[in-house]
Design a protein around this ligand. Structure first.
Ligand code: PDD
Length: 286
C-alpha cells in the first residue's frame, strides 16, 4: 500500500510527491533532517527534535519554513493517515530551489523544501538485536567539521556502514585523532568500573536527542556519567559498550574490531538504560 507523504503543504500518495531537480538538497546536500520515533502511535522526544531542527536551520542561515509552527500537527497527521503504530518519521528541510544550479545561496525568500514521510516498523522497541547486541568495526572519521548540524551529507556514514557490512560487522564507530567521535548514525558509550563514559558535546558530534534523555535518566538513577572522549582500546577493555539513537534507542555493543567486550552479552547498564529510556519516553510521548 502506498504511503501518504508530506511535501510543501500537501499530503500526497508517495508516487505523486515530487521536488525539483534543482533542489539544493539534491544538488548540494544543502538540507537538514530529523528522525523521530513513534511507539504506540505517539511521538518520542518530539520537542527535542523540533528544537534541534530549528538550531540546524539557524546554524546554516536557512530560512525556517512556514511549517515550523505546524510540525507537530504534520507529524501526527502522517501517523494517523499511515496507521503507524511503531515506526519512524523522517523530516527533511532543504534551502529550496533557485530554478538552476548555482553555488551561491538563493534569495532568502526562496521557499525551503519540506518533505516528511513515515517508515512503519512494527515492534520497533522489541528488537531481537537488542537482546544479543551488535558488533562494530572502527573506521577513520573523515566527515566535515560541523557534525553538530544534522545535515543530509550522509555519504561517508553510508560508506562506513558498507565497510562494516563487508567486514561482517553490524556498524562502524568513527575515530578521529585516536578517539571515538560517534557511531555512523548514533552516539557511543562505554562502561568501565560502573562509570558511563561518553564523548562530551562539541562540533565533533551530533548532539543526540536520545543521548540527552539517556544521560538525564542515568543521573536520576544515580549512575555515574563521565563526559570525555575514549579510545577503541578502552572500548575493547570496557565492561560494556552501547550506542543511542532515535531509531535504535539504547543498543548494546558486544564486539569491537573483532574483540569481545565484557562478557560478550548485553551488559546490565545498557539493558537497564534501554528499559528506563523506553519506559520514561513512552510516558511523555505525545
Ligand atoms: N541518526 N550521531 C549521528 C551521526 C546520527 O546520525 C544520529 C542519529 C545520532 C543520534 O541522535 P538522536 O539520538 O537524536 O537520534 C548521533 C538518525 C537516527 C538517522 O540518521 O537515521
Amino acid at each position: 500500500m502506498s504511503r501518504i507523504v508530506y511535501v510543501n503543504g500537501e499530503y500526497l500518495p508517495e508516487e505523486q510527491a515530487t521536488v525539483s531537480i534543482f533542489d539544493r538538497g539534491f544538488l548540494f546536500a544543502d538540507a537538514v533532517y530529523e528522525v523521530t520515533s513513534v511507539l504506540g502511535g505517539k511521538l518520542l522526544d518530539f520537542d527535542g527534535h523540533a528544537r534541534r531542527l530549528a538550531r540546524s536551520l539557524s546554524e546554516l542561515g536557512m530560512t525556517p519554513p512556514p511549517e515550523m509552527e505546524d510540525l507537530l500537527t504534520i507529524h501526527r497527521e502522517l501517523v494517523a493517515r499511515n496507521d503507524i503504530v511503531d515506526g519512524l518519521i523522517y523530516l527533511q528541510v532543504s534551502r529550496g530551489s533557485a530554478g538552476d544550479r548555482d553555488f551561491h545561496f538563493p534569495p532568502a525568500d526562496t521557499r525551503p523544501t519540506v518533505v516528511l514521510f513515515t517508515q512503519s516498523k512494527p515492534g520497533l522497541a522489541d528488537s531481537p538485536t537488542a537482546k544479543v547486541g551488535i558488533s562494530v568495526i572502527s573506521v577513520e572519521d573523515i566527515r566535515w567539521g560541523r557534525r553538530d548540524i544534522k545535515t543530509v551529507q550522509l555519504l561517508y556514514p553510508s560508506m562506513a556502514k558498507m565497510m562494516a557490512e563487508k567486514a561482517g560487522a553490524d556498524d562502524a564507530w568513527l575515530v578521529e585523532d585516536g578517539k571515538v567521535t560517534e557511531g555512523s548514525s548514533n552516539n557511543t558509550y562505554i562502561v568501565k568500573d560502573g562509570k558511563i563514559i561518553t564523548r562530551e558535546l562539541s562540533k565533533d558530534i551530533l548532539h543526540g536527542i536520545t543521548r540527552a534523555a539517556v544521560l538525564r535518566f542515568a543521573e536520576e538513577a544515580q549512575m555515574v556519567v563521565e563526559e570525555r572522549a575514549f579510545t577503541i582500546d578502552e572500548a575493547k577493555a570496557a565492561d560494556e559498550a552501547f550506542f543511542t539513537s532515535a531509531s535504535a534507542f539504547v543498543m548494546p555493543v558486544v564486539k569491537v574490531d573483532g574483540e569481545t567486550v565484557g562478557t560478550g552479552k548485553p551488559g546490565p547498564v545498557a539493558v537497564r538504560l534501554r528499559e528506563i529510556y523506553l519506559e520514561e519516553s513512552r510516558k511523555t510521548a505525545i
